[in-house]
Design a protein around this ligand. Sequence first.
Ligand code: CA
Length: 177
Amino acid sequence: MANVLCRYCRQKQLGFEDFVHCGALDIKDKSTSQSTTHHEYPAENAVDGSVETFSQTDNDGTDSNPWWQLDLGGEFWLGRITVTICRISPCAAYFNGVTVRAGLSENYTENTECTSLVTSPSNGDVLELVCDPPALAQYISMDKDQATPSGGGTILRITEVSVFEYASEECASQSGS
Ligand SMILES: [Ca+2]
């Protein structure tokens, strides 16, 4: 994985690519959406900077394929995606079995899986999900694949998401190892 990371970093350092930002992206005011919304838990609650709020899809069984999506408003090389899971049950169950995708299509089903499937998280976890290889993406989505056994059924709850680009500091640490 280190070689993949460093290739992109070196391109940036040498000016071959027009990267402007490094590290964590400011996503607080970026556009979010989700398949359905349960009561007062809209999609933007997952990027509002607070671990006390969360987004959630409907829990009445009518949303059989729940998804959540973030529009970064531009293309970025990802990177790392951090997901905070709230501390109280059933927070972990509601994020179990999630597929994280990143890509350039507004239709999340056309984007590839960015990280491995999320299985058996715990309440209060901060999941560090790495896009390997790096993904050029404008859209990040999280959806529940109904073909995968999931303790959370058809409800998707997301407490807080952070998104990181590959930065030159990471390149330096990787290449020095
Ligand atoms: Ca939140």
